[in-house]
Design a protein. Structure first.
Length: 453
């Protein structure tokens, strides 16, 4: 007897295809794009151009597919054992019922990525000329103070100090502590170099650390550090890692040393060699001093002999006699010169009095008074004739003008528009007119308009 739970018509039975399709849809909806890092194995590239491989770590693995268009964008050759980082979609291959990743982007991880970034930055800075030998400065021959930019607890700083003390104990050493690996190392080294360059206390700056992997040394492949070394006003020596290790700092620095100890030997001279050089210089100075003294003594003897031959006492007596004979002539010449200058001064004083401003002003004032009187007479004569002409014209104008007529009892009539009324036809009954008489104007009204018979 069937129960309700086991009734055939109530069971939902799925096929493998349906189940796999549902699983794929659930997975693709549940997961966004994810980043996964691991090791490549079982890599295959069929004729289609797609890539199929397994991404694994020590405990698990996952199948991956990268389609042809995405695979064509890879910048490196994909081989088994490569350590990569992928950006992928989580999916499910329905045909085989396998969980898989659809890879959208892939890049090298670990040391491979660091090596690729190292080569890229090296090529870019070389193209800018930061590695050119022409811009590198020689180190001072005798260094007085060295700044060592490194970890204060590493073996490198101990090796450097030991070599410096053995070769040249007189040099002053200042350890400038920084981190030499880790995310903050490059920034600390850059800040320390910048501060040292601003202080200008050191003759040479040594950037150094012991050996390590490419990842350990990568702080010295930082672009900011490379540019700070290039712009440093103090020569910079780089000694990073072992002889086979190369960093960007090595290429930019003014001098690259294979090891920290070798850097110390390159910066300072050997004490014994310096002693030999000092001894040779002292011998040369002594010989040069003796030669100079001998030459000066010879020149002094020759000068003494010439002085004795010249008999300077007799020449001095002759010069004194000439001086005594010259004194009276000089006195007479001075007296004549003074008399001549005094006569010239008297002449100039008389000329100056003749040209005195007060006298010239009096003469000019008198000339001005005479000129003013003459001008007034001339103006009166010039105005008399126009005055008579103007009076004559005024009389003639008055004779022909309207005013004499108005004084005889006549009037001039004007309408409202200011026109003179010359005929009864210009006025009608009720019009207002202005009547101008000899001593003024008054208004009149037309009561009748008739023509004279």
């Amino acid at each position: 007897m069937s129960t309700p739970d086991t009734a055939p018509h109530e069971r939902e039975v799925l096929t493998p295809s349906a189940l796999n399709r549902i699983a794929r849809e659930v997975l693709e909806r549940a997961f966004p794009l994810v980043w996964v890092e691991g090791e490549i194995s079982n890599c295959a590239r069929p004729a289609s151009g797609h890539l199929y491989f397994t991404l694994k770590d020590p405990n698990a693995q996952v199948r991956c597919a990268m389609f042809r268009l995405k695979a064509m964008l890879l910048r490196f050759r994909l081989v088994d054992g490569a350590h990569v980082r992928v950006r992928a979609r989580v999916s499910f291959y329905e045909g085989r019922g396998e969980f898989q990743l659809i890879v959208e982007h892939m890049e090298e991880a670990g040391e491979g990525a660091l090596r690729r970034e190292f080569e890229r930055l090296k090529a870019a800075l070389a193209a800018e000329g930061l590695f050119d030998a022409a811009r590198k400065r020689p180190l001072p021959r005798y260094v007085r103070r060295i700044g060592i930019v490194t970890s204060p607890t590493g073996a490198a700083v101990r090796d450097v100090i030991a070599v410096l003390q053995r070769r040249f104990p007189l040099v002053e050493v200042e350890v400038m502590p920084v981190a030499v690996q880790g995310p903050d190392a490059a920034a600390q080294i850059v800040a320390t170099l910048r501060a040292a360059g601003a202080a200008r206390r050191h003759d040479v700056l040594l950037v150094t650390r012991g050996g390590g992997s490419l990842e350990d040394l990568f702080a010295f492949n930082d672009e900011r550090l490379a540019r700070e070394i290039a712009r440093s006003p103090i020569p910079v020596v780089s000694a990073v890692g072992h002889e086979i290790d190369f960093t960007i700092a090595d290429f930019v620095a003014d001098l690259r040393a294979p090891t920290p100890s070798a850097a110390a030997e390159l910066i300072v001279p050997q004490r014994d060699e310096l002693a030999r050089v000092t001894s040779r210089l002292a011998q040369r100075i002594a010989a040069c001093t003796r030669r100079t003294l001998r030459e000066r003594m010879q020149r002094l003897d020759a000068a003494s002999r010439r002085l004795e031959a010249a008999q300077p006492a007799r020449r001095l007596a002759a010069l004194r006699a000439r001086s005594e004979r010259s004194v009276p002539r000089i006195a007479r010449a001075l007296a004549n010169a003074v008399a001549t200058r005094r006569a010239r001064l008297g002449f100039l004083l008389r000329r100056l009095e003749a040209q005195h401003p007060a006298r010239r002003a009096q003469l000019l004032r008198e000339r001005l008074v005479r000129a003013d009187a003459a001008l007034r007479r001339l103006a009166a004569r010039r105005l008399e004739t126009p005055r008579r002409t103007l009076a004559s014209l005024a009389r003639a104008l008055n004779a022909v003008g309207p005013l004499p007529t108005l004084e005889r009892g006549y009037a001039i009539l004007r309408d409202r528009n200011g026109r003179v009324v010359r005929s009864v036809a210009q006025a009608q009954r009720g019009d207002s007119l202005d009547a101008r008489v000899a001593d003024g104007t008054f208004a009149v009204t037309v009561s009748d308009g008739r023509r004279p018979e």
